[in-house]
Write a new protein. Sequence first.
Lengths: 263, 216
Amino acid sequence: MKGISALSATLLATTALTALLLGPLASAAPASAAPAGEGWIRLAHLSPDTKGVDVRVSALKGGSTLYELDNVRYGAVSPYTAMASGTYTVSMVPAGSPASTKPMLSASVTVTAGHSSTVAAYGPNKKIAVSIYDDDLTVPTNGTARIRLIQASTLAPTVTVKTSTGVSVASKAKRGAATGYAEVGAGPWTLDLSSTRTVRSTGAALTTRGSAQVSLRQGSVTTLFVLDTADGGLTIQSVLDSASVGPDPVGGVQTGGGYLASR
Amino acid sequence: MIRFPRVALALSITVAVAAVIGTAVVVSAASAPRDPPGPRLSATAAPGAAGRLQDPTASVAPTVAAGVVPVRVTIPAIGVDSGLEDLALDEQGALLAPRDWDSAGWYSSGVVPGDIGPAVIAGHVDSPTAPAVFARLSSLVDGDGITVGMSDGSSQTFTVTGKIESPKAAFPTSAVYGNVPTSQLRLITCGGVFNRASGHYLDNLIVYASLSPPGP
């Protein structure tokens, strides 16, 4: 396995901090990869005891629905959709509700040109809230990939993930937190996960361990979502955030013989 | 050229219990004692409450099946209907153009059209003696369609979102080849002034396109 940057050792508790650290790089990222003035959002259902929801995105000041996803169920992370930069209202209703239904959850979301973010309904149903995570569009250093973890389990207070080679991806990531992106060598990795919680009845510490396999393509950026399962266990869902072409060609391409230039 | 396996989208991996380590008590998800009582949640019915923990859905993100590659590109607006050569990098890392003036080529160590990321298709604008496959690429405008035929008989349709002409000496590598969160396509040919000494054009013309939403 190839090396991992020091970034991986640092757990960033808030996405705001992530954005701050990635800011200078992110601003150098190509806004021209999107049609001018567009950014991207994707929607995620991360509330384990909430049924499927219909999600609607509309202009902040009301008006028609601009983007809609029906029956988004727990664990689903949608593909990204391009939106003109601006501020929108994202609202959710139980799946199949009539259009007039009062939203069970809504939040305003700002889309910035050339940037992408994940809008998630997170937490146990009683405390369900919208979390917004800034996603990375910076190009991983040649030969590497980027990976982070969103700790969306409602049961595990913290989750720690290391590679099988012992390098930290997430150290005691708290509920709802996104770690910073760690740069790792492209290729297959085994990730070891551990989580400790206290059993209320006995006060005993309970540790759950497991491992997951991921395969990271050169130039890819991946989020690992830690999720609850119906029997109280944990699972990891690996979702691609973005990808570059892979091995970057150097310079331009010689695609002409000159005939038209002499006409 | 080694192709790394693509990241499996929405791959769900149940975290299986490994082993007892040190003094930690290890609990299998299957046999986990209810932490008292784990899945007891929201007694009052909030909107949308399931009343219990659910397993995550195996969400299916659109992706191209492993091993499926592009074999044809069709651009009705400019009369292009071409097979695809596999393109590779030369020893200096530059993308090699198609061998056949009249055929487009796909950068086969790159992204498969339809997968997340910028897939790259290049073609000659002309040969020394005639117009070539991408002679009219500069005529494309926003909204024009590009169809890529795949080896399994399916097709991916892209919509032109922009184009730029850039000196090869200052090729916008990150804008053309850098990270994007959706399925995109780059069409590349030559443009600008032809340098008779080198036998090459000075500029590249790059057309940007995004995967079209599934039609009705």
